[in-house]
Every structure is written in C-alpha cells, then in structure tokens.
Ligand binder design. Structure first.
Ligand code: AMP
Length: 325
C-alpha cells in the first residue's frame, strides 16, 4: 500500500467538508474517479458535505450524470480539497481549488508538478479509477461501496485503459476490476453508452479516413479545421474524438489529431504504441502519458514542425527497434 493512502483517509475523516476536483475537458477517468470517489465518501460519511466543483462538462459522458452547482468562494476555506486525475495545477477545471484549506492529489500521470500537501501518485496505474478501486480495497472495513459508485469507477477503468488493452494494465488492474464488477453493475448499459454513435459522427469518421495524412515514416495525422467542424456539426469534443479513428493502422505507430480552436490555439492529441510521445508533447506546451499525450500549438507552421519531429522520432524508433507492428 502507498504510504500516503492512510494519511489521505485520516484527512478525509478529519474534515466535515470535502470538495472534489478534476481536470478540464474531462474524460471517463476524470469523471469516473471524481464521481466514484465522491459517491464512496457520501455512502460512508453521510454526515459530511461532499461537493464536486468543476467548471466544464462532457456531452459524451453525460450518461454518468452531472456535478454540483458552484459554491460561493467562502465555502472553500474550511474544506479539504481532493484533486483527482490531474497532473498540473493549470489543468484543474476549477481554479478555486487553491482556496481550500488543505489539498490532496490522487493521480496516475507522470508527476511533473507537486501542488498538494498530500500526494498519492502512481504512474504505473492504468487509471485514476484503478487507484480509487485500490483505495476502496485497502479500506474495505471503513468504506461503503455501492452499485452507483462502482458504475463510475468501472467506466473510468474501462475507458482509460483502452478497454483493458494498454500496457499499464496489470493483474492488479484486473483483480480490482473484478472487485468493482462484483457490485453488480450493468456493463451492457455502460458499453452501449460508450460505443453507440449517431450517423453524423460515423460520416465524420469515414471523412477522416479519407483525408488523414501519412508521413514518410508512417505518422498518421488529421487536421480538423473550424470549417470541417461546422460542416459536420461537431462540438470540440466530437472533433477531438477523431484521434481514435486512426489508432489501428499497421506501421503507423504514432497518430496525431490537430483540432483548430476558435481563439487561434490548435489542440494536439498524440497517441502511439511502443514509441514514447510524451516528451514530444512536452516540447509543445503539453505532456501526458508515454503513449497518450496532449499539446497545444499556435499556428499551422508549428503544427508542421511538430509533425516533422514526430516523423523523425518514428523513423529513429523503427531503425533502432524490432518487433513493432
Ligand atoms: P488528451 O489527448 O487531451 O486526451 O490527453 C492525453 C493525456 O495527456 C491525458 O492524460 C492528459 O491529461 C494529458 N495532457 C493533455 N494535454 C496536456 C497538457 N497540455 N499538459 C500536460 N498533460 C496533458
């Protein structure tokens, strides 16, 4: 057991008010871990005030339900803040986290920045939800799980591990997933919510397959312009999902989506198998995991420069390594 888990439980017991935060542009793990953790704490300590305080929303994950209305600033001062799934302060959705009396961080990203008094960071974990499940397992005598909490936690475990496919998935991941599954959750419903698409996004997918570019060494990329978003009636979230349309092409070990924003910024989503792309992302105002990272560029020229670096990275990887696919 990580040394800070016990301290975090003690801190939770100490406070009457707990405010839970996550990163902006939430994914299944950000929503799942925060809602899962909040529900676990609400089940266990009904007398405590537990709030989810975040500023943005994911349409894709709307099936998991909403969060709490924003509290006035003065409510933060006597609260314990718990930030889940967020490596750096600037990525926290609600910047009022800093008003909390004390702060806890629970995360599985590469630890680039320390910002909380009590930190439990394990980058080998496949998801923050796996850590929430591990927290429950460690303190089962104290904590009360429920079908609702398990649904949130399982959704994050499934999505952030690429459906239990990524290299971080361990025997421990599967044992913890088993523990969560044993709560009797409706996996058919979860998967239907995760997979079903409307026809428009399916059409966008085939458009991406036609328009994506493949570099000399095999980097696949797609640049989604504002015009395309309008044509296919895509939200930024829908447009950003296109990175996963390029994930299974033989020899293309790196794939990248560029999504043009409204303010001159271009969001970059980098994905890979075998090759590490997080260092490349870090050179372009970003970061993340070895094989799933994000960055921002501010012009098409900068996007081109990033692509050229990705092409060189993949060429070098292919020259020096064998057994890749
Ligand atoms: P995304 O493509 O936005 O889903 O990001 C993939 C992973 O990289 C996620 O775990 C993010 O938390 C992380 N990430 C994305 N953008 C950044 C950034 N600008 N700085 C640090 N980490 C990032």
């Amino acid at each position: 057991m990580h040394e800070n888990m016990k301290i975090i439980l003690e801190k939770i017991k100490e406070y009457d008010k707990i405010i839970i935060f996550r990163h902006f542009r939430p994914d299944g793990d950000a929503i799942g871990s925060t809602k899962g953790f909040a529900t676990l704490l609400r089940n266990t300590y009904p007398e405590k005030k537990i709030y989810l305080q975040n500023n943005d929303f994911s349409q894709y994950l709307a099936f998991l339900g909403g969060e709490d209305e924003l509290l006035p600033d003065e409510e933060y001062a006597d609260a314990l803040g718990i930030v889940l799934d967020t490596a750096t302060q600037k990525r926290i959705s609600n910047q009022k986290f800093s008003l909390c009396k004390e702060l806890v961080k629970i995360d599985h990203h590469i630890p680039v920045e320390s910002y909380a008094t009590y930190e439990w960071v394990e980058e080998h974990r496949s998801s923050t939800c796996e850590m929430v499940a591990a927290f429950y397992e460690a303190f089962q005598d104290e904590l009360k799980m429920s079908k609702e909490a398990a649904t949130y936690i399982y959704t994050g475990m499934v999505t952030d591990s690429g459906r239990f496919r990524f290299r971080e998935v361990s025997g421990e991941t599967m044992r913890l997933a088993g523990l969560i599954l044993d709560q009797g959750i409706d996996t058919e419903n979860i998967y239907a919510n995760l997979y079903l698409e409307d026809v428009e996004s399916l059409r966008f997918e085939s458009y991406v397959h036609r328009k994506m570019k493949i570099s000399e060494s095999g980097v696949v990329s797609m640049f989604v312009t504002k015009k395309m978003k309008k044509k296919f009636n895509l939200s930024n979230e829908d447009a950003s999902a296109c990175v996963s349309f390029m994930d299974s092409i033989k020899g293309s070990l790196i794939w990248i989506a560029f999504i043009e924003g409204d303010n001159g910024e271009i969001r970059v989503r980098l994905r890979s198998r075998f090759v590490t792309v997080s260092e490349l992302a870090e050179r372009y105002h970003g970061g993340g995991h070895a094989c799933a990272a994000g960055a921002t560029v501010y012009s098409k020229a900068e996007a081109k420069a990033l692509l050229a670096e990705a092409d060189a990275l993949l060429r070098e990887y292919k020259e020096k390594n064998e057994g890749w696919l």
